[in-house]
Design a protein around this ligand. Structure first.
Ligand SMILES: Cc1cc2nc3c(=O)[nH]c(=O)nc-3n(C[C@H](O)[C@H](O)[C@H](O)COP(=O)(O)OP(=O)(O)OC[C@H]3O[C@@H](n4cnc5c(N)ncnc54)[C@H](O)[C@@H]3O)c2cc1C
Ligand code: FES
Length: 242
């Protein structure tokens, strides 16, 4: 992990409060799928954790972020340089299994690099992504490039299956049993109930981002404390009390 000043190559609006930032940085050579970087937002004390969506040639990483508050709003105005700390966290495992990637909302971005990694080793990649409405859907064309099957669920039924990712999985008889997932808590709870093999990636409010402050702690089934920023954000299905 290190601090690097990256060069912002582009920072563009891709739909409904969501932006895509391409950054040239030395960190690109070290990132594993599912890891995140801590972004420095000028004039804000705490860095903001954002998952690495994709690693591209020419030492470039892609971040896809949603504007939810002042920090992410300021990020939309950044076009020159950006200070990054990372890569942080453990990332998704890349194992010798066909994989089902399940994402919800802004949990979808880290699944893109994960799909690429599984395709690279010749595995079958199924993707199921869920959004509130069709307008919230992101990264669909990109994910199609690296998957064998892709299904969409929207809560209002404006695209794909009406309902949750679990409804889309049932409707389309998606039967892969090794799952990697990132998204909102209710979705992760449903995955913990339905599946036993694979991992989920958690979100937490973070302060230090390096395991020192205990500000992002969750509990495992035996009552032990786990830091989302350092022990996670990726945990085996069933390990963490959600
Ligand atoms: C490991 C990790 C990876 C992440 N990856 C992405 C990503 O790829 N794309 C993306 O858009 N976002 C991602 N996030 C969430 C992102 O870090 C927050 O949205 C961001 O820090 C908010 O900063 P802000 O200053 O705009 O909002 P603030 O002003 O800090 O907060 C605005 C609102 O957002 C809520 N909020 C802030 N941070 C979080 C959080 N971590 N979890 C849940 N709610 C939060 C606050 O409670 C508040 O309601 C990730 C978070 C973690 C922990
Ligand atoms: S944010 Fe400080 S320990 Fe995780």
């Amino acid at each position: 992990m290190k601090v690097d000043t990256g060069i912002i190559k582009s920072n563009t609006y891709i739909g409904k409060d969501v932006y895509k930032m391409e950054i040239q940085t030395d960190l690109a050579d070290e990132v594993q799928c599912g890891q995140f970087v801590e972004v420095e937002v000028p004039n804000y004390f705490l860095r903001r954790p954002i998952s690495v969506c994709e690693v591209k040639e020419d030492h470039t990483i892609v971040l896809v972020y949603k504007v939810v508050g002042d920090g992410t709003r300021f990020m939309t105005t950044m076009h020159d340089e950006i200070s990054l700390f990372g890569p942080c966290g453990n990332g998704f495992p890349v194992v010798d299994e066909d994989v089902l990637l399940i994402g919800g909302g802004v949990g979808v971005p880290p699944l893109l690099q994960t799909a690429k990694e599984y395709k690279k080793i010749g595995k079958n990649v199924s993707v199921v992504v869920g959004f509130n409405t069709k307008e919230d859907a992101i990264l669909i064309d990109e994910l199609k490039k690296y998957s064998d099957a892709l299904y969409i669920a929207t809560m209002d039924g404006s695209e794909g299956t009406k309902g949750t990712v679990i409804d889309a999985i049932n409707e389309n008889n998606v039967d892969c049993e090794y799952v990697l997932s990132c998204g909102p808590l209710p979705m992760l709870k449903a995955i913990n109930t339905k599946y036993t093999k694979g991992c989920i990636s958690l979100e937490a409010r973070m302060a230090c981002g390096i395991g020192a402050c205990m500000g992002c702690v969750v509990k495992d089934n035996e009552g032990n404390s786990l830091r989302v920023c350092k022990d996670g954000p990726v945990f085996p299905i069933g390990k963490v009390v959600l």
